[in-house]
Design a protein around this ligand. Structure first.
Ligand code: PLP
Ligand code: COI
Length: 336
């Protein structure tokens, strides 16, 4: 494996783990070496999109140990997603046991320390019961698969350009944006491909109700540094990012003030640094934000380099994940 040059893509591994909710209870954890599932042609996930997922990572540390970052937070979020679209919430203990098991079973795919790569862990839950009427399933399958990955944006930790396009929304004002529902990503494909075709790494979505405020940045939250303050949108239509939550804590630990509030588009003219933050994106710095409707270009990085605060936040987060920095908030689960 060419660990240092991995893309963010699917690479088969040895095993996945599965668990079925049936007759009102979760069954035994199954270990599978098959990449295939057998399902009913009328399954509620296939017809009506009863699908939710998560994304978290395992890292090989400086000390050789494997650490999984904030798995309880991902367990809590998939429970929220399940409640959001009437699926069966996965108990935290079951989620944790399955994450530990699938990482241990695929230990040889955890990229070496220093390679910059990690093992991406992808839990997903799908409705399995046949449904032709629009109703929730009663049977669910929960799967965790893994894949070694490199950076989400191929540029790595280099500033990229993003764009605002008012003709697209990924979610509705009182819709499913706060949950990690597969349909949100289907709804973002046209906008994402359009932005890529114009040379942008992601779309910076505006709030879907008024189109006045920043919402989120493709598959990541948006953060900015303004006069030494960490600012990030408060919105009901964005996914509450665990990376953002962690970076906010790191920022506070570094003595920065943190503000989660509405950020009007025009305020982009006043920011000193910006980044797209998420498990896959980590903290990807932003160079310029082009508003394609007004033709305005917000230049965030004048020299094309990441700014000092985003750089410090990024290194601190990576340091904690790799076991180079003290895990003072108890975010890592060590796999042994
Ligand atoms: N926003 C969206 C739409 C996402 O898909 C993700 C990725 O999970 C995030 C934000 C970042 O969330 P997290 O930091 O928990 O990975
Ligand atoms: C993640 O950051 O884990 C995500 O889920 C983003 C993904 C859609 C690639």
């Amino acid at each position: 494996m060419d660990w240092a040059n991995l893309a963010f893509g699917y690479i088969p591994t040895d095993y996945n783990v599965r668990c079925t909710f049936k007759d009102g209870k979760w069954g035994e954890i199954e270990v599978s070496s098959s990449e295939i599932i057998n399902m009913h042609i009328a399954a509620s996930s296939l017809h009506y999109g009863q699908e939710i997922f998560e994304g978290l990572k395992a890292f090989r540390g400086a000390d050789g140990k494997i650490r999984v970052f904030r798995l309880e937070e991902n367990a809590a979020r998939i429970q929220e997603s399940a409640r959001g679209i009437l699926m069966e919430p996965i108990p935290t203990e079951l989620f944790a046991e399955m994450v530990k098991k699938v990482v241990k079973l695929n230990e040889r795919f955890v990229p070496p320390y220093g390679s910059g790569a990690s093992l991406y862990i992808r839990p997903l839950e799908i409705g399995m019961s046949p449904r032709i009427g629009v109703k929730p399933a009663s049977e669910y399958l929960f799967i965790i698969m893994v894949s070694p990955v490199g950076p989400y944006f191929k540029e790595g930790f280099k500033p990229t350009n993003i764009c605002i396009m008012r003709e697209y929304d990924r979610v509705a004002p009182c819709g499913t944006g706060r949950w990690k529902v597969g349909g949100n990503y289907a709804a973002s494909l046209t906008a994402g491909e359009h932005a890529h075709s114009l040379g942008y790494s992601a779309v910076l979505y505006l709030d879907p109700k008024e189109k006045k405020y920043i919402d989120e940045c493709g598959p990541a939250n948006f953060i900015a540094i303004k006069n030494g303050k960490y600012i990030t949108p408060a919105s009901d239509s964005i996914l509450p990012s665990i990376t953002n939550k962690s970076l906010q804590q790191i920022a506070k630990d570094m003595g920065l003030e943190v503000e989660a509030r509405h950020i009007p588009v025009e305020e982009l003219a006043e920011i000193d640094e910006a980044a797209a933050v998420g498990t896959a994106a980590v903290a990807s710095p932003v160079a310029e934000i082009h508003d394609l409707d007004t033709n305005h270009k917000y230049i965030v990085s004048k020299d094309g380099q990441p700014g000092p605060v985003v750089t410090a936040l990024y290194h601190k987060l990576r340091g904690i994940q790799m076991g180079e920095e003290a895990d003072i908030h108890g975010w890592n689960t060590i796999i042994d």
